[in-house]
Design a binder for this molecule. Structure first.
Ligand code: 5GP
Length: 116
């Protein structure tokens, strides 16, 4: 396993199944296996960026695409108008468990602030 090889690499290569909800040339969106809300979708770059610490200015376009995909997924899931949360757990102490950059798109319920 290379350093950037994670379970998400296998999902990108379709070696393991995921419920894909949106895909472009550079990003993939699929349902979280352990949903924390009625809508819980993960959006990842196909490029195996570990987290924001690993991103550089050459990733500017991909990082922008991830946010545009977040809005698109919210629309697809029907949560855009009510509101939804976009989360990046960046690093171990923030709760990152899969070391391939991903946005959590959570919707379908109310959320509290500050998060736990
Ligand atoms: P993190 O904790 O890194 O912010 O989020 C990783 C997320 O990936 C978790 O919410 C976890 O449920 C999800 N996850 C882990 N393994 C798989 C998998 O094999 N398939 C899918 N669809 N989600 C996964």
């Amino acid at each position: 396993m290379s350093q950037n090889e994670t379970i998400f690499s296998k999902i990108i290569r379709r070696e393991i199944n995921a419920q894909i909800v949106h895909e472009t040339e550079n990003v993939l969106a699929f349902r979280d296996i352990n949903p924390q809300a009625s809508t819980h979708v993960l959006i990842i770059p196909k490029k195996p960026i570990v987290n924001l610490n690993d991103a550089s200015s050459e990733d500017r376009e991909i990082l922008g695409e991830l946010l545009l995909a977040a809005a698109e997924v919210a629309k697809i899931e029907g949560v855009a108008q009510d509101g939804y949360r976009v989360v990046i757990n960046n690093g171990e102490r923030a709760g990152q468990s899969v070391f391939h950059l991903h946005l959590h798109i959570l919707g379908g319920r109310a959320f509290e602030w500050p998060p736990g």
